[in-house]
Write a protein that binds this ligand. Structure first.
Ligand code: ZN
Length: 95
């Protein structure tokens, strides 16, 4: 059975810049303050700078795909099925 991931890792270096829309212009940037260091500890995003226009900001290092949306909806269905089985069992045995 194939294992499906919900979050797919991606490298924003190969994305286009959100300001000037140029491809392959982003590179990792160092944290400048204590607050940025704390935010950088969370592995969901990193700080990037654009070589072309100088934009600096946060980009997510994970992304969703249609496969991950299918996995999430499957988990939601399983949660509802398990909850209704537990609810039925509780109402059957506890009167
Ligand atoms: Zn740019």
């Amino acid at each position: 059975m194939a294992v499906s991931k919900i979050l797919i890792s991606k490298n924003p270096i190969f994305d286009k810049c959100p300001k000037c829309k140029e491809w392959d212009s982003l590179h990792r940037s160092r944290a400048r303050s204590l607050g940025e260091n704390i935010i950088k500890m969370i592995p969901l995003w990193n700080i990037f700078r654009c070589k072309a226009c100088g934009w600096r900001g946060y980009r997510f290092t994970f992304t969703f795909t249609t496969e991950s949306l299918k996995v999430i909806s499957l988990y939601i269905v399983l949660i509802f099925i398990a909850a209704s089985i537990v609810r039925f069992a509780l109402s059957y045995f506890i009167k």
